[in-house]
Design a protein around this ligand. Structure first.
Ligand SMILES: [Zn+2]
Ligand SMILES: [Zn+2]
Length: 335
């Protein structure tokens, strides 16, 4: 079968590789649609825990091609998506519903071969059937949405909370829609691109601010008490330090964007203590794939406007090589 293989950092090729026959308890899926994610760029650059060579791709949908021994409930032809998480199920974190902190954490397309290929094999327990009403494009969005649901579970927004969010890319937009649905009152969004702010305003943001105008628009005169919740989706250390300035009394801060592994930021510990702040992280997916599926299925989250471009597997090699364009939101691969 044809696959995109990252053979070593900054070396991606399209090549023929062995068909991944399903092992016991697995299904093999013929891949139809794959989302390209920031993590794929990190794997390409050699900035992630992935072994090489590896086939990336962890946001996908397709059709069941072959069912392994011992699998019930699935048959060839079923339209599906799958949670890429591979939790060991036996460590103390897995046994206490914190599988995203698994001591042996793995994921399709991250630590084992993923879906940027004609076929991918997956444990049947990770697979979910798509209703006919859900497109393959939407099916490939369940995974990023599952990360958003975990972030929402971490944040525990209260109805009426005033929220400030930095970074309105595809993940930011899903968070914006979720925060608006979950009861945010004021929802101020900051980004470098006006078109992303415009989309945010259509889907629940109450104010959009260009990054270069933050100091004037978010002045202490305008927002003397900061915000109840501040969310960073940029992963940029300088933006994070700026974001923390706006956490109000008894406020929460959520780090959703992924920073470089060894980055550091300065936090004022007096304010942390004196203002009763809560600082939160959000790591990938933690049993949130099915709730994410339901939210997309019921139209609570509209992911269609977040797809800025659809490319072929062959075009993906050049796409990974070029620097990420700031105007793009989600780019998907159609097989
Ligand atoms: Zn991802
Ligand atoms: Zn584990």
């Amino acid at each position: 079968m044809k696959a995109l293989v990252i053979e070593a950092p900054r070396q991606a090729v399209i090549k023929e590789v062995a068909y991944p026959a399903p092992q016991r308890g697995e299904v093999t899926i013929q891949v139809k649609q794959v989302g390209i994610c920031g993590t794929d760029f990190h794997i390409y650059e050699g900035e992630f825990i992935s072994p090489y060579p590896i086939i990336p791709g962890h946001e996908f949908s397709g059709i069941i091609h072959e069912v392994g021994e011992g699998v019930c409930g699935f048959q060839p032809g079923d339209r599906v998506s799958a949670d890429p998480s591979l939790f060991c199920g036996a460590c103390s974190f897995c046994l206490t519903q914190r599988g995203n902190q698994c001591e042996n954490w793995g994921a399709l397309g991250n630590t084992v071969n993923g879906s940027m290929a004609e076929f991918v094999s997956v444990p049947a327990g990770n697979v979910i059937k798509l209703p006919d009403s859900m497109s393959f494009e939407e099916g490939a969005f369940i995974e990023p949405m599952a990360c958003v649901v975990h972030g929402m579970n971490r944040l525990q927004l209260q109805v009426g909370n005033r929220v400030l969010l930095f970074g309105a890319g595809a993940m930011g937009q899903q968070l914006i829609q979720s925060l608006a649905r979950a009861g945010a009152s004021e929802l101020v969004v900051v980004d470098v691109a006006q078109e992303k702010l415009d989309l945010a305003l259509q889907y629940g943001a109450t104010k959009g601010i260009l990054s270069r105008n933050v100091d004037t628009e978010l002045s202490k005169d305008n927002y003397p008490h900061g915000f109840d919740a501040v969310v960073d989706v940029t992963g940029i250390p300088a933006v994070i330090e700026q974001a923390l300035d706006y956490v109000g009394p008894a406020g929460k801060y959520l780090q959703f964007g992924v920073t470089p592994e060894h980055a550091s930021i300065r936090v004022n510990p007096f304010k942390l203590y004196n203002k009763d702040w809560t600082l939160l992280g959000s790591m990938a997916i933690n049993h949130t794939f099915i709730p994410a599926f339901h939210w997309i299925k019921e139209g609570r989250i509209d992911v269609k406007p977040l797809i800025s471009q659809t490319i072929s597997l062959e075009e993906t090699v050049a796409f990974l090589e070029q620097p990420k364009a700031s105007h793009l939101m989600k780019v998907q691969i159609k097989l």
